[in-house]
Design a protein around this ligand. Structure first.
Ligand SMILES: C[S@@+](CC[C@H](N)C(=O)[O-])C[C@H]1O[C@@H](n2cnc3c(N)ncnc32)[C@H](O)[C@@H]1O
Length: 282
């Protein structure tokens, strides 16, 4: 069977899950991994024959994709903010909205006049995307990152090593343990899906991504934000900055938690027009 012939089998098998351009794109990603040909080389070599083992491997990928497993988990990596990050079943796959959160944070930090040796804290770090991107942009900063999942922290450390940045990873139940120091910047994309919203979440997300990363641990979807607001009073320096990704249905409620704690607090929309971020200055 040739590369081009198998492409047809691949896309037809996934037609109920992906549009044709999506499955064709996936095919070229997996073919590149399987035989090492770039997209251009694949176009030139469509009539080359795949080996039995390559066909077996590609069939195995089709089977996994058919279960709804995210292709990033099959690949073991994802792209975020132009960088490669390892992912597995223990971490949330980085979403594009979080790139927007980082863009906002990087811009505001640069303009803030805060000193160079910033102390930055990321709460609920998952694969470590947020602290790693920030450390790359602010190399002099001391960046710490908390997660309650030891397995997630292993993946985050692997990513930090891959990108050769030093992050102070802390294994901690943020909701029930006290912070030990103050910070210039607090940033977080915490679990914010309420129990009553569970039905609205895609089955593949619920099945393959960690529940602890998605859902609030109790019926209060704002529990992390309430704790972060308290910690801003205690552990955020004067003029310090806060950046939060939030539940788009709870923008007003989330912002309200920070009024009175921060001197400036703003609810912001993402590129899709959803109220997705709260940022502020103490
Ligand atoms: C929505 S994910 C965000 C992951 C990553 N920051 C991102 O944006 O892709 C939330 C993270 O919070 C962590 N988490 C959940 N409960 C926690 C707790 N009580 N204390 C600390 N981290 C917690 C989860 O393990 C998960 O990695």
């Amino acid at each position: 069977m040739t590369i081009l012939e198998f492409k047809k089998i691949f896309t037809e098998n996934l037609s109920s899950l992906y549009t044709h351009p999506e499955s064709a794109e996936l095919y070229s990603i997996f073919i590149e991994r399987e035989i090492g040909y770039s997209k251009f080389e694949q176009r030139q070599s469509g009539n080359e024959r795949l080996s039995e083992i390559q066909i077996e491997n590609l069939n195995n990928i089709i089977s996994q994709l058919k279960t709804g497993k995210p292709f990033q988990q099959i690949l073991g990596e994802t792209a975020f903010y132009g960088l490669k990050f390892f992912v597995d079943e223990n971490v949330l796959i980085a979403r594009p909205e979080t790139e927007e959160l980082l863009e906002l944070a990087i811009d505001k930090i640069k303009k803030s006049g805060l000193k160079n040796e910033l102390k930055i804290l990321d709460i609920g770090t998952g694969s470590g995307i947020i602290p790693i991107v920030l450390k790359k942009h602010f190399p002099a900063a001391k960046v710490s990152a908390i997660d309650f999942s030891e397995d997630a922290l292993k993946t985050a450390k692997r990513n930090a090593d891959f990108h050769e940045v030093e992050i102070n990873f802390i294994h901690q139940d943020y909701l029930n343990e006290e912070l030990k120091e103050s910070f210039d910047v607090i940033i977080s994309n915490p679990p914010y899906i309420g129990i009553e919203e569970e039905d609205e979440i895609a089955d593949s997300v619920k099945e393959f991504e960690p529940k602890m990363a998605l859902f609030s641990p109790n019926s209060n979807a704002l529990v992390f934000y309430e704790k972060i607001a308290q910690d801003c009073e205690k552990y955020l320096v004067e003029n310090g900055l806060v950046f939060l990704e939030i539940n788009q249905k709870l923008g007003i409620e989330t912002r309200k938690l920070f009024v009175g704690v921060l001197s400036e607090v703003e609810l912001m929309k993402d590129l899709s027009g959803n109220e997705r971020f709260v940022w502020g200055r103490k």
